[in-house]
Design a protein around this ligand. Structure first.
Ligand code: PMP
Length: 756
């Protein structure tokens, strides 16, 4: 940027130029420009013209290029309003004048175009963003075949010449430089031969884009100072780079611009593919040039501030899964093979999928990627996932994926052969459990684990009767539906079978017992049940109730209940399908928080981060009772791929300190939620441990309204509990404090809205 050659005319000087050369007696008012000098000329009715005095280093032929472009755009059928060039009284379009510094300058006069800069309009609606893309496409159509010798110039804002910016990379300190590197590498891998060139506008930044007063439609693009002959797609890339700034969902905003553009002027597949790389390169080039400017003028605070949005955006883009933004653009342009609309997917589901399955949200989500604690949809939106307790160590964790994929490429078979993965997995798993729990069965789901636990308990005791906690859920098989009050007492359920006894859920908020001895009083119900109907084969309990509404049991509950059950010869089963593997934070297993050692522990969901796997761990005595000659064979259970995935999960929990993270993030979140509960009477109770938390609201409709509202703001939650009024928080345990802060502020905003 040639700031040194900028003209320095006074307001009076500009007014004199207007009078002398154009015969206009108008008031001049300076407009911001670093390189040139521009004045609005206004009369009592408002702005009329812009007087432009070019930088003294600007080549005359570049001004001619701009003039010819304006003329062409003025003639085009763009639906946009471009300034018209006004000749001086002499007939000249470009008038040379001497500045007060004696240097020669060139003056031009343009008509004023009504509108407001897009940068001053908030928020940018989807319609406005589409109109921006469409406007740019129309402008390019008008410029089709436009040629001018000055357009083929070397301009550092030409994205094809971004290597001029990369020269300044060294000026950017770490860790920021490292953040830029993948984007710069992406630029290096572009194949420019596949991107057809033309003369482009090259500067659709949101101060140059004019919109109507209502902020609904783009009316013009100003400032032709960066016009250049380069790959046509760069024009759109620059527009989306600016459209993404300061947006909660930058890719969704960019996708609207692309949609608007593509409808008018279809992008080729190669252009659609290059778009994101080019947009990111533009942001990188901006921060590189700014770094150079800062070096030249270290005192200029403005340079630090003006770059903040670009850095923030680059940081956000770097957190997105690789390839996802490009995939969104490919979908917009219909180049994504196999991609279908949400409506078509819904239709297929309705027509062909078993109907006994609900879908989340009134407007279902079409999720195409997961990465760490976020989910990414097909339209470019990112959601904070506070629900998924299966993607335990984060969605698409590379270590889990690599371990499973590597093994998948080598061998996947059943467990009738020797294999290291199986041996290592059962050794590692049992090492995480109390010594008495020493025998492992590997299965494929939480249901399979509980189904087997049921058989083990019955084989060991020779009894049939099962005690369960109210609102409990243990799985989807016939036998497990029979021991899941959540199901058999829920809609479509057939009620409690005779062999099942329901214990009240030890809920100190809603249930009958509170106070310091609540644990004992709840446990007394187990004793009563034995007295009334005889001893059970097993007492099945989640170590903290998920479907019951994130209920933590009062101290001593499981210890006393287990003692009574064992006294009667029964077996105690801890269902850790939701609660295991470090989620509790303070302990690896939730049962440990109750100071008990179960006879059987069942596991599922998080065990292999989404790969279907489950496990049952029990005592030698129970395993021996079960070994009556009938084999327990599970085709997929314990296969080397599952074991590889399971091992990787254990490694990641250890190496990334995720149990500790669940503890500290959970404590922080719990404190924040309790603070919200003090402010908002709609919250009746807040409870939980680690990253297993519940927020109980006054009623189901309040809870579901809150969940819907949070989805709109980009946060995914779910409701549960017998009254459907509990918001469950059980995210991947990589969820950190900044995520917790996003969740808390989202809840605060949603709860502040009147209807909640
Ligand atoms: N037990 C509990 C506590 C569960 O939450 C679930 C699943 N929601 C299951 C068992 C059954 O697991 P799966 O769906 O993997 O069969």
């Amino acid at each position: 940027m040639n700031v040194a050659g900028a003209p320095r005319f006074t307001i009076a000087g500009a007014e004199r130029l207007a009078r002398e050369f154009y015969g206009l007696a108008l008031h001049a008012e300076p407009l911001p420009s670093e390189r040139d000098q521009n004045f609005v000329l206004r009369d009592s009715s408002g702005p009329r013209f812009v007087l432009k005095i070019a930088n003294r280093e600007e080549a005359l032929e570049v001004l001619d290029l701009q003039n010819k472009l304006l003329e062409r755009l003025g003639r085009g059928n763009t639906g946009l309003a471009f300034p018209r060039l006004v000749a001086a009284q002499s007939g000249l379009e470009i008038t040379p004048v001497a500045g007060e510094d004696e240097a020669a300058y060139f003056v031009r006069l343009l008509t004023w175009v009504e509108g407001v800069p897009m940068a001053t309009v908030q928020p940018h609606s989807a319609g406005l963003l589409r109109s921006m893309g469409a406007g740019l496409a129309r402008m390019q159509e008008a410029l089709q075949d436009f040629q001018h010798p000055a357009a083929k110039r070397i301009l550092y804002w030409d994205l094809r010449r971004a290597s001029m910016a990369w020269r300044h990379l060294d000026l950017i300190p770490e860790p920021r430089r490292r953040l830029l590197q993948p984007f710069v590498d992406g630029w290096h891998s572009l194949d420019w031969d596949r991107l057809p060139p033309s003369v482009i506008y090259n500067d659709a930044n949101d101060y140059n884009v004019l919109v109507d007063a209502a902020g609904t439609r783009v009316v013009s693009f100003l400032d032709l100072g960066d016009v250049v002959h380069t790959a046509t797609v760069c024009d759109l890339a620059i527009a989306i780079a600016y459209a993404m700034l300061d947006k909660q969902d930058p890719i969704a905003a960019a996708a609207e611009v692309v949609r608007g553009y593509h409808e008018i002027r279809p992008l080729s597949e190669a252009e659609a593919d290059a778009l994101y790389t080019l947009a990111a390169a533009r942001l990188c080039a901006s921060v590189c040039y700014a770094a150079n400017q800062i070096r030249q003028a270290p005192g200029n605070q403005y340079l630090y501030i003006s770059n903040r949005p670009a850095w923030e955006l680059l940081g956000k883009l770097a957190s997105f899964p690789q390839g996802w933004p490009g995939e969104v653009f490919r979908r917009v342009c219909r180049y994504s093979k196999g991609a279908r609309t949400a409506a078509s997917l819904m239709e297929s589901r309705r027509r062909l999928l078993g109907p006994s399955l609900s879908i989340s949200y009134s407007e279902p989500l079409h999720i195409v990627r997961g990465w760490r604690q976020h989910l990414y949809d097909a339209s470019g939106r990112r959601y904070l996932d506070c629900v998924n307790n299966v993607a335990h160590v984060g969605h698409a964790h590379p270590r889990v994926n690599e371990a499973a994929a590597r093994q998948m490429a080598l061998l996947n078979t059943n467990t009738r052969y020797l294999h290291e993965n199986l041996a290592e997995y059962i050794e590692r798993l049992t090492a995480l459990l109390p010594p008495a729990l020493s025998v492992v069965y590997l299965v494929c789901s939480g249901s399979e684990a509980n189904e087997l636990a049921l058989r083990l308990a019955r084989a060991h005791t020779g009894r049939d009767r099962i005690f369960v906690l109210d609102a409990g859920y243990h799985g989807n098989t016939s036998a497990l539906i029979d021991i899941s009050p959540y199901k058999f007492n829920g809609s479509g359920g057939r009620g409690k079978p005779a062999h099942v006894e329901i214990m009240p859920l030890p809920d100190v908020h809603r249930g009958p017992h509170r106070g310091p001895d609540a644990g004992s009083r709840y446990a007394a119900h187990v004793d009563d049940a034995i007295r009334r109907g005889g001893p059970p084969a097993a007492f099945f309990a989640e170590s903290a109730s998920g479907c019951g509404g994130q209920i933590l049991f009062p101290p001593g509950y499981l210890a006393e209940a287990f003692a009574v059950v064992r006294q009667a010869g029964g077996v105690c089963v801890a269902d850790e399908v939701q609660t295991g593997f470090g989620r509790a934070g303070s302990h690896f297993w939730m049962f440990e928080t109750q100071g008990v050692v179960p006879d059987i522990v069942t596991m599922g969901k998080p065990i292999a981060n989404g790969h279907p796997m489950g496990a049952v761990v029990t005592t030698r005595a129970i395993a021996d009772s079960f070994a009556n000659g009938m084999e327990y064979f599970n085709t997929f259970g314990g296969n080397p791929v599952s074991c590889a995935a399971g091992l990787a999960v254990l490694d990641v929990i250890r190496d990334e300190g995720l149990q500790q993270n669940a503890l500290s993030t959970g404590d922080y979140l719990l404190a924040g939620l309790r603070d919200l509960a003090r402010r908002f009477p709609a919250i009746e109770d807040v409870r939980g441990r680690g990253l297993f938390l519940g927020v109980e609201l006054s009623d189901a409709s309040t809870a579901s309204a809150l969940v819907e509202r949070m989805k709109v703001s980009g946060v995914l939650l779910s409701t549960d509990g017998p009254l459907h009024n509990v918001i469950k928080i059980k995210p991947p345990i990589v969820f950190d404090r900044s995520d917790a802060a996003v969740l808390l502020s989202g809840l605060r905003t949603a709860l502040s809205q009147n209807s909640i």
